[in-house]
Design a protein around this ligand. Structure first.
Ligand code: PRE
Length: 315
């Protein structure tokens, strides 16, 4: 990498929620924030070492898992073998309905029902279902690569009256009017982002935005993400794999699945587990991985990082 600034990639264009999460999580570092057109491109940039870190949405408190991210983590063709999770960031997500400047001069009170098409990232629809089903029933919904891309498209749209679901920042960035604000179903709508690094790049080993390593304890919980596949024909194979976490004192905090794409109705499982680090359980993750290797068809350690929910609760 040419200059010394940390390179942090995220789903662009500028003013996406991923941009906000990247800017906030690296705010105390001299980092260059670089937009990419897809999550896959951001993963590749970390794998190819053209970036130090990627900030990628993993799940939303209202709408659940980001399946595009799970599919990349399934890594079925081993494209991202050097990529690991090293941190997380919780971003409160407030959505707005954006329209071209001057379309409705008196705002929502003067809205005449003339929008014919809405654009946003697939994750955002499910976070704004109440407003959409009340006021925009039957209106065409167009998935685009990000909320800021939606804003960019609407800013350029000349033919029809279109709306974008995106952030206030996207409105400012693209010079759009905010027709409705805070249209998310729940005021506590939050997206959890994972921070990815390349394990071969030494300078990403200790995160610039974290003062303590995951093994420094005092009031901290560590989280670990592990993916694995089991023999579906063997009764109890999944139950046995999950019991391994219990046996080593690791608390399961989330389970996700994606199709294995090897055979229909077979899955890759993603398990997150947590523990308060201590001398006694220092080796717990390694022991779990050791046992899982014997009990599963394949398994992968995606890394251990500091649980930011408990950091937030403690501060
Ligand atoms: O489209 C964006 O702005 C993104 O950064 C992606 C994304 C996501 O995939 O979850 C991020 C946060 C919100 O939950 C909605 C969309």
């Amino acid at each position: 990498m040419s200059n010394n600034r940390l390179k942090v990639v995220f789903l662009g264009p500028l003013a996406s929620f991923s941009h906000q999460a990247a800017a906030e999580s690296f705010k105390n570092t001299d980092a260059e924030l670089i937009p990419h057109v897809s999550f896959a491109d951001a993963f590749s940039a970390v794998q190819d070492q053209t970036a130090d870190f990627a900030v990628i949405p993993f799940e939303n408190s209202t709408n659940g898992s980001v399946v595009q991210t799970l599919d990349l983590l399934a890594d079925r063709t081993s494209l991202y073998t050097d990529v690991k999770v090293c941190g997380e960031y919780y971003l409160t997500v407030h959505h707005c309905l954006l329209v071209r400047k001057g379309t409705y001069p008196s705002g929502w009170s003067g809205y005449d029902g003339s929008i014919t098409k809405l654009y946003t990232h697939p994750q955002a629809w499910g976070q704004c279902e109440n407003v959409l089903s009340t006021h925009f029933k039957g209106i065409e919904r167009q998935d685009v690569s990000s909320t800021s891309k939606a804003a960019e498209i609407v800013a350029k749209e000349t033919g029809e009256k279109a709306g974008a679901i995106a952030s206030k920042f996207a409105a400012e960035h693209h010079g759009l009017d905010i027709l409705m604000e805070n249209i998310e179903d729940r005021a506590d709508n939050t997206t959890r982002f994972l921070i990815l690094r390349n394990t071969r790049v030494e300078r990403t080993g200790s995160l610039a935005f974290e003062k303590r390593s995951p093994m420094d304890s005092t009031g901290i919980t560590n989280k670990t993400l592990i993916s694995f596949a089991v023999d579906h024909a063997s009764p109890g194979a999944l139950a046995n794999a999950l019991l391994i976490f219990k046996a080593h004192g690791l608390n399961l905090t989330s389970i996700n699945t994606r199709p294995s794409l090897k055979r229909a109705w077979q899955y890759v499982f993603f398990v997150e587990c947590g523990q308060a680090p201590s001398k006694e359980n220092k080796e717990a993750v390694l022991q779990v991985l050791d046992d899982l290797r014997r009990a599963t068809e394949s398994c992968r350690d995606w890394g251990t990082w500091k649980d930011q929910l408990c950091v937030r609760a403690a501060s």
